[in-house]
Design a binder for this molecule. Sequence first.
Ligand code: ZN
Length: 278
Amino acid sequence: MKLVVNKKIIIFFMLFTICILSFLFYPKDHSDIKPNKTSLSQQPTIASVKENSNKVIQTYEKKNSKKPLLICIDPGHQSKANTALEPLGPGSSEMKIKVAGGTTGVVTKKPEYILSLEASLRLGEILKKRGYNVVFTRTTNNVNLSNKERAEIANKSNADLFIRIHADGSNDHSTKGFSVLTPSKENPYIPSLYKDSLLISQNIVEEVTNDQSTIVKGISYRDDLSGFNWSKVPVTLIELGFMTNPEEDRKLSDPQYLTSLLMKIADGIDRYNSDVGK
Ligand SMILES: [Zn+2]
C-alpha cells in the first residue's frame, strides 16, 4: 500500500513538472517558426529598385563596353607606280620597290588601284555604320605613298587593325579565288603581331567561306611585304579575287556582289573584335 501511494505521488509530480515546463518554455508567439516577412520599412522602394537596376545595367555595360576599334584601311596601289626602293623592314638591307603598279581587269580594263579604292571606301562605310572608327591611307588615286609609308599611317593613327585591300592577277586566266595574306610565325620584323594578324586573317577567310558565294583559296603566309613589315599593328592583306579571271573581274565590278563580299569581311572584323582580349 505504501508503495502504491508513492508511485502515484511520483507520477503526479512528473506530470506537474511537465506542465510547468511546457508553460515556461512554450513560445508566446510563433514568429520563429513562421516564414519571415519583410517589414514595410525593409521593403524595396521604387527608388532603390531603380538604383539597383541601374547598377546592374552599368555592370553589364562595363563588361560589354569595348572602345570601338580604329581600323586603318589601305587601298592598294595608286595611279602611278613608284619603282624607287625602300627597306623591306626595319633594319633590313634588302630593298624593295616602294609601290608596284598592280593588275588590271581582263574584261573591265579597270586598274587594280581603282577597284581597291572603290572597295576600301565601301568597306569603310560598312564599318562606320557598325560603330568602328576608320582611317584611310588614301582616298584618291593620285597619291605617292610607298608601302612603308602606308604602314606608318596605320602606326601613327594608333589603329587597332591595318587592313590592306588588293586584287590578284595571274597569267593563267582560269585562276580565281579570294585569299588573304598574313605574316608568318617566322617573320623576323613583326613576331609580336603574328597571332593577332592570323586571327583577323582567319576570321575573314572563315566568314567569306561560310557565305559560299565566293571561291576561297585560303591564307598565304608572306614575310616579303614591306607593308606588313613596317606595321606596328595587326595586319592582313585581302586579295578580293582575280581581275585576270573574266568571271571574277565582272563580279568585282558588280556593286551588289562587291558589297556582299565586303559585308562578309566586316563580319570577320566583328568576330575579331569579339575574340580579342578573350
Ligand atoms: Zn595588289
